[in-house]
Ligand binder design. Structure first.
Ligand code: MG
Length: 177
């Protein structure tokens, strides 16, 4: 049995809410008169998840991987960005153990859509739905979040991978058998 390395990652994102945009969380559209403004599709939760997994793997952040200055990411499907980011994480030998998220907004209510959001993220990350959790919170009327002008997402994740051995027999030269 090899030793495992476990790494925690934390992602956070915030987007303004404006008319004429879809309100997306984890690739699921919630009914809302306002939606997330952003260069991509604005999916605040998926962006926080991307930063969480990239951070845990030490692979940078979403802004480095998908610069807003690049036209290719204009109105991009954030689930596709997550798939690309998770592909890099998997190339590093990492496996996702679990993901836990908090979405803060006054409206719409997240709870009725929670399980669809969990299933959507779990599908891209190739883990059981039980390994992904999402909680909806309000900001108790405080600040821009409380005024319904913005939505925030936090995501914490655990990754694991097998420890890489430095060499096959590091001490053999000292103690030849
Ligand atoms: Mg974002």
């Amino acid at each position: 049995m090899g030793t495992k390395i476990i790494r925690v990652g934390l992602g956070r994102d915030v987007h303004p809410l404006v008319p004429g945009r879809p309100f997306l969380l984890g690739g699921v559209e919630l009914p809302s008169s306002l939606g997330e403004w952003g260069h991509s599709d604005g999916d605040v939760l998926t962006h926080a998840v991307i930063d969480g997994i990239l951070g845990a793997a030490g692979l940078g952040d979403i802004g480095e991987l998908f610069p807003p200055s690049e036209a290719a990411w204009k109105d991009a499907d954030s689930l596709k960005l997550l798939k690309i980011a998770f592909g890099l994480v998997k190339q590093g030998g990492w496996r996702l153990i679990n993901l836990d998220c908090v979405v803060t907004c006054e409206r719409p209510k997240v709870l009725p859509y929670r399980d669809r959001i969990r299933a959507s993220l779990a599908r891209v990350l190739a883990v059981p739905e039980q390994a992904v959790f999402v909680k909806g919170k309000t900001n108790e009327g405080l600040g821009a979040l409380g005024a319904g002008q913005a939505v925030e997402a936090l995501a914490v994740c655990l990754l694991e991978r097998a420890q890489r051995r430095r060499s096959k027999h590091p001490h053999c030269h000292k103690f030849p058998q």
